[in-house]
Design a binder for this molecule. Sequence first.
Ligand SMILES: NC(=O)c1ccc[n+]([C@@H]2O[C@H](COP(=O)([O-])OP(=O)(O)OC[C@H]3O[C@@H](n4cnc5c(N)ncnc54)[C@H](O)[C@@H]3O)[C@@H](O)[C@H]2O)c1
Length: 268
Amino acid sequence: MTTQKIRVAVIGASGRMGREVVKMVLEDETLQLVAAVAPSAGPVDAGLFAGKPNTGVIVSPTLEDALSHSKADVLVDFTVPSAAYGNTKTSIAFGVRPIIGTTGFTPEQIDELDELCKEKGIGGLIAPNFSIGAILMMKFAAEASKYLPHVEIIEYHGDQKLDAPSGTSIKTAELISQVRQELRQGNPKEEEVIEGARGGYYNGFRIHSVRLPGVFAQQEVVFGGYGQTLKIRHDSYDRAGYMPGVNVAIKKVMNYSGLIYGFEHMMD
Ligand SMILES: NC(=O)c1ccc[n+]([C@@H]2O[C@H](COP(=O)([O-])OP(=O)(O)OC[C@H]3O[C@@H](n4cnc5c(N)ncnc54)[C@H](O)[C@@H]3O)[C@@H](O)[C@H]2O)c1
């Protein structure tokens, strides 16, 4: 008996994350790559499929074209914040379940996309972080904030990252805010001598974004209490580290209805 493969389209296919997704999909015999969307087909053809069978994969510069010809079940998006919202809407309009790794969505956009998924009767996922270690870092940070409510987040990424603070740090801040006692930290008379020195303000605490070449993706959540500090830190070294999470999401989203925000809701 043959089981139906899940048909996967990838947008941002020639990007750093997109290439990892294409590789992962081609290596999993329960998945079928049906479309790769990239601004120019050149880099995709040149390296992406090298040594791997790619017959029947639609390579197109436009999402509409790829989805109307591929009968995809799922679209994986690792593109840019300015494009991901539109891509997600297009995907839902085609009845294709969006799995979105691109960061930069507003809460209003997430609510709207959830409604659109429900109207279509399909599942979807926006996940600021697909790394299992990063999810655990967020969970442990939320737990610690119940007991040590004085907290600051420091996130580190490469200097070409477009959005700040990172989607992971915002997600961490949201999880902390759900369980931490209400508290506006710091000295109320504090003044910033240089604008931005205290970082971004989120619900009573601060998020700091470091952008440097050579850095990949790291985050530290620092707690302060009487005579002590606690640091919870996660370091990503390789894009392949996100792929087990993306793989699980592609398979699980088939059984969901509505848009899930955060991979932690699919992990258990
Ligand atoms: N959720 C996660 O776990 C996770 C992990 C790493 C990176 N990210 C995010 O994924 C995104 C992509 O990261 P990357 O390192 O692969 O970036 P990248 O710059 O290497 O790739 C982005 C790709 O998007 C394409 N693109 C640009 N504009 C587009 C548009 N308008 N329509 C369609 N495609 C377009 C580019 O051609 C490129 O191939 C970023 O937002 C990053 O923050 C998320």
